[in-house]
Design a protein around this ligand. Structure first.
Ligand SMILES: C[S@@+](CC[C@H](N)C(=O)[O-])C[C@H]1O[C@@H](n2cnc3c(N)ncnc32)[C@H](O)[C@@H]1O
Length: 218
């Protein structure tokens, strides 16, 4: 069974956005787009794990600029085909853990990547995020709430408490995909030491956590 997340998303590129066509999620998606557009208004945004650019396209309508990055070229090629009429988006292939430049961004967005980080790697992940932005920056993560019948069932839990779903692609391959569903309390606890201010938005299908990184870094 394939458990490699990066190759799973490489192969899923062409069918990825079917997830955004689920009828029951449309109202939440629209609401989430408004929240993100408001948060990132007039900001320069670093987007990590941008995938096919679904959120890039929404955020680009109000942001000053976006550098949208992903480890997989196959998803970036699809993202580039979207209509970015403000001409304020550039793309780069980049691993979250291995950015080439030392630039500090004033805001950062990561959509649906938190759930794919092993629980035991979250502190390292968040330290990396903090290193990419300037003190006092806006950091936003968005991801799924588990809703039975709308999400794939959880088929496995490992000894650290990470949960996994069995997913099939149109090419017939099966993948065991790491997908964690943290509670609001857990999310707040993970970033409390890194943030000055935190706002949490919850809907049926999604959560959005927005925090300001500490003005004075410890
Ligand atoms: C669930 S998709 C989310 C895509 C997009 N943000 C969205 O919300 O539609 C996760 C994305 O993370 C990317 N990814 C996985 N590991 C990564 C890493 N180490 N660095 C950068 N991107 C990564 C995958 O290629 C995939 O496009």
């Amino acid at each position: 069974m394939n458990t490699d997340l990066v190759s799973y998303y490489k192969d899923r590129a062409n069918e990825y956005e079917k997830i955004y066509a689920k009828p029951e999620r449309q109202a939440d998606l629209k609401n989430a787009a408004s929240i993100l557009q408001e948060i990132f208004t007039a900001k320069h945004v670093l987007e990590i794990a941008c995938g096919t650019g679904y959120w890039t396209e929404k955020i680009a309508q109000t942001a000053s600029s976006i550098l949208a990055t992903d480890i997989n070229n196959s998803v970036i090629e699809i993202a580039k085909l979207k209509d970015f009429s403000n001409k304020n988006v550039s793309f780069e292939i980049a691993d979250i853990y291995n950015f080439a430049d030392n630039k500090k961004y004033e805001s950062l967005f990561g959509g649906f990547i938190w759930s794919h980080i092993l629980l035991q790697d979250l502190d390292k992940f968040l330290a990396t995020i903090t290193s990419l932005v300037a003190p006092g920056s806006t950091v936003v993560f968005m991801d799924n709430n588990f809703v039975a019948g709308s999400n794939h069932p959880l088929v496995e839990t490992d000894k650290e408490g990470n949960t996994y779903q069995l997913r099939k692609l149109d090419n017939g391959t099966a993948h065991l995909v790491l997908k964690n569903f943290p509670t609001e309390e857990f999310l707040r606890s993970k970033v409390s030491a890194l943030s000055d201010e935190l706002t949490f938005f919850n809907s049926t299908y999604y959560w959005i956590m927005c925090y300001t990184t500490k003005k004075k870094q410890n």
